[in-house]
Design a binder for this molecule. Structure first.
Ligand SMILES: [Ca+2]
Ligand SMILES: [Ca+2]
Length: 125
């Protein structure tokens, strides 16, 4: 099942720009076209908007594996699975929910952070 996580919009979007009329994806980068955007190049000159998947775009909540907005018992399987799997994180700046120390790995050093947040109630920013 697909659920909407975020809505991408053009900061200078206007009616008639046809934002989203074209789309290209590569890794964590999306390029979205607005073929009728008015620019310094002229009316309807068109623009391409580049979006990067990262902590700035995706609110990264350490420990929240099921994206529920809180760190709770439901996140334990996700954390344990990543720990057992060797704990590799996606290349920065993508979100790595199991990495509490920010070293790009999920390992024994992150257990204390995860458990501590769980006990503390697990509120996400
Ligand atoms: Ca959660
Ligand atoms: Ca870590």
């Amino acid at each position: 099942m697909w659920t909407e996580q975020h809505k991408l919009t053009a900061a200078d979007g206007a009616a008639g720009d046809v934002f989203g009329g074209s789309l290209a994806l590569s890794g964590d980068t999306a390029v979205i076209g607005a073929i009728f955007d008015n620019t310094v190049g002229g009316a309807d000159a068109g623009s391409a908007y580049v979006f990067e998947l990262g902590c700035a775009a995706v609110a990264c909540c350490s420990g929240d594996f099921d994206a529920s907005g809180v760190v709770s018992n439901g996140d334990i399987p996700g954390f344990v699975a990543q720990l057992i799997a060797g704990g590799g994180c996606p290349a920065a700046p993508a979100c790595c929910p199991g990495d509490f120390g920010g070293d790009g790995l999920v390992n024994g050093r992150d257990v204390q952070g995860f458990v501590g947040k769980l006990i503390a109630g697990g509120a996400c920013p």
